[in-house]
Ligand binder design. Structure first.
Ligand code: ADP
Ligand code: MG
Length: 644
């Protein structure tokens, strides 16, 4: 079987490459047997026997053995493709393998006396990606769209095309990485339903491509928009400013640094560790194998600091010597701040070259693994004055966009899911595992909803927000789209902090959830593409389930609310007893204590919700007197304080 319509989208990256495609469930990246989407753009050549061909390995295997055989491990080939001897002087010191001039002003990689062209090496990676797709689909695929940086010249683009052809691919188009990133976010794609607010039913054909050789969206609603794409990867930084005019992306300017990226951040950690190990133990880290090991270690620390506020370092130096210390995110951010500042300076330069001011930018898209770092998001947001697009996985954005371009060229029918309504409700997990909806299904986008939340425990300084999608009443029956935490709430009695949560969906269907504690001004936010990977069929099923489970769900939700209320009331009562209990008659006190135990018991036994409701009401009445005393005492002590 074969499907002539399938077009692969391939992100052929400097450090990692990915392949994606669009099928009935929309755009998705394909993963290897370990569920990993990224394939290291690395190949290693092991010398064969006397008459054998050399054995080639690639991807993770080649990368993991890079230290053992540096001269035969080829990485960053993208830095050489389509270039001549004159262009690469500056690159050579960064490469551990041998590069020499080839015929007709080209370059070749020399491994054990055998010459490999950059096209050949790239084609090994492309072929592996094609095979991954064929395994996933179960049939042969030939067509592909491959991405390149916006600044690639004709020779580099042509060489990339040649590499694709050598991998058995028919390269329908070479497109710019920033264009792909924009397409992945739906920028430049028509909002499917026009102004009439009816979502399309079943499959909606994608519009035909334009008959020009430029990269096209399909008309779009966004004529005259300017889009900046900020791409911070492992070794390179690129910023591109594009204008979207009549559905065509035009690159206005590019800027960047071919040696600025995640590797620099790793190096800062390595430098710190090497210096301190030397100071404390007089050991200097020199051996290449140790250095390589330290690189992996440093990268892991860096990635951890994207998630947590601090990370423990521990290195065993042998002979009972242990280097130990904690690195905080603050400290790490101070180390890398100059690099981030430099990316923003380059962004300013690109804007200047495009004759635009920051305010004239309509959208900003973040791409590349290093944009997961909180400092990058924060500084970019400050620079731009509003949140950039971060909802899709920054590693995958380019491949997804290439697949979307491919689907447009292949004129494939698929569910775009770029509806102008939200197909499913969106909300938050509330205490006890209930789903609290903020935006109901079928709401027209763009839209916005806010709600106040508070803490449940006295002195609580953080709350976790779990963003949910679905129609059911319980969080566990809904899809969790992402979680984040609001920290640094000043300690207050429960119920006092006011946390305003805002859900905002923009015209591209991107959801921004932010939480702000009003007294302290502390904020946190997350961005999500809610319909990513959802099919029409799933939406229909989720909607159907919500009807068939309705009664059961409503009961479950009501039970959660009641149990929460029980806990809250019991807590308050116990606190009050602790404070002013001695002012009660012993009888009354004992009765309240018995009531608490009984109510707790009843809440645990689930059972009859109406009975629980009534018991809660009774409890409220029977503790009224205690509450009055509590209030009175509080007032008295306040007055005393005021007098002092
Ligand atoms: P490229 O485009 O250069 O091929 P990527 O976009 O895949 O590279 O980015 C790779 C870089 O992203 C690496 O330096 C990696 O350490 C970094 N990275 C990946 N995830 C995180 C994270 N959670 N926090 C910080 N850096 C990360
Ligand atoms: Mg990249």
């Amino acid at each position: 079987m074969a499907d002539d319509d399938i077009v692969l989208g391939i992100d052929l990256g400097t450090t990692f490459s990915l392949v994606a495609l669009v099928d009935e469930s929309g755009p998705r990246v394909l993963t290897d047997e370990n569920g990993e989407a990224r394939m290291p753009s690395v190949i290693a050549v092991a010398p064969g026997g006397p008459d054998e061909q050399p054995r080639v390995t690639l991807g993770w295997e080649a990368r993991n053995h890079a230290v053992e055989n540096p001269h035969a491990t080829v990485y960053s080939i993208k830095r050489l493709i389509g270039k001549g001897p004159a262009d690469v002087e500056k690159e050579l010191p960064f490469l551990a393998y041998a590069v020499r001039p080839g015929p007709r002003q080209t370059l070749v990689v020399d491994i054990d006396g055998r010459a490999y062209t950059p096209e050949e090496i790239s084609s090994v990676i492309l072929q592996a990606l094609r095979e991954r797709a064929e395994r996933a689909l179960g049939y042969a695929v030939r067509k592909a769209v491959i991405t390149v940086p916006a600044y690639f010249d004709d020779a580099q683009r042509q060489a990339t095309r040649t590499a694709g052809e050598a991998a058995g691919l028919e390269v329908l188009r070479i497109i710019n990485e920033p264009t792909a990133a924009a397409l992945a976010y739906g920028i430049g794609l028509r909002q499917d339903t026009g102004k009439a607010a009816t979502p399309p039913r079943g499959h909606s054909p994608l519009p035909m491509m334009r008959c020009s050789d430029q990269e096209v969206g399909d008309g779009g609603d966004a004529t005259g928009e300017t889009v900046a794409v900020y791409d911070l990867g492992g070794g390179t930084f690129d910023v591109s400013i594009m204008r979207l005019e009549g559905g065509v992306f035009q690159v206005l300017s590019t800027a960047g640094d071919t040696h600025l990226g995640g590797d620099d951040f790793d190096r800062e950690i390595i430098k710190l560790v090497a210096r301190e190990v030397h100071e404390q133990f007089g050991v200097s880290i020199e051996a290449p194998a140790t250095k390589q090991a330290l690189r992996g270690f440093a990268e892991a620390v860096k990635v951890r600091l994207s998630q947590t506020e601090s990370a423990e370092l521990e290195l065993d130096l042998g002979n009972d010597r242990k280097y130990r210390r904690t690195v905080t995110r603050d400290e790490f951010e101070r180390l890398i701040d100059p690099f981030v500042t430099r990316t923003l300076e380059l962004m300013d330069r690109a804007l200047r070259d495009a004759h635009l001011t920051r305010d004239e930018l309509s959208r900003l898209v973040l791409v590349g693994g290093s944009t997961r770092m909180p400092i990058v998001r924060r500084r970019v947001e400050e620079f731009f004055g509003r949140p950039p697009y971060t909802g899709l996985d920054p590693d995958q954005v380019v491949a997804l966009g290439a697949a979307i371009q491919g689907a447009m060229l292949g004129n494939r029918r698929w569910d775009m899911l770029l509806l102008d309504v939200t197909p499913l409700s969106l909300g938050l997990e509330t205490m006890g595992g209930a789903m609290g909806k903020l935006i109901m299904r079928n709401t027209t986008i763009p839209c916005r909803a806010t709600e106040m939340f508070t803490t449940f425990i006295d002195g609580q300084t953080a709350i976790k927000l779990n963003v949910l999608q679905g129609e059911r009443e319980l969080a566990r029956d809904c899809r969790s789209l992402g979680e984040f935490e609001l920290r640094g709430i000043p300690p207050m009695p429960s119920g006092m902090p006011k946390v305003e949560v805002e859900f905002m969906i923009d015209a591209n269907g991107i959801l921004n959830v932010s939480a702000k504690e009003q007294r302290s001004g502390k904020r946190a936010s997350i961005q999500i593409v809610p319909n990513h990977g959802l099919t029409r069929g799933e939406i229909d099923r989720i909607t159907r389930d919500s009807i068939s489970f309705a009664q059961q769900d409503i009961d479950a939700h009501r039970r959660i609310d009641l149990v929460n209320q029980v806990e809250f009331d019991i807590n308050k009562t116990e606190q009050m007893l602790g404070k002013v209990g001695t002012l009660l008659e012993a009888d009354e006190r004992r009765r309240i204590e018995t009531d608490i135990a009984a109510l707790r018991q009843l809440a645990q036994e689930s059972g009859d919700l109406d009975a629980l409701h009534q018991a809660l009401d009774r409890f409220g009445r029977s503790t009224l007197h205690l509450a009055e005393i509590g209030i009175r005492e509080a007032l008295i002590s306040e007055q005393k304080k005021a007098m002092e």
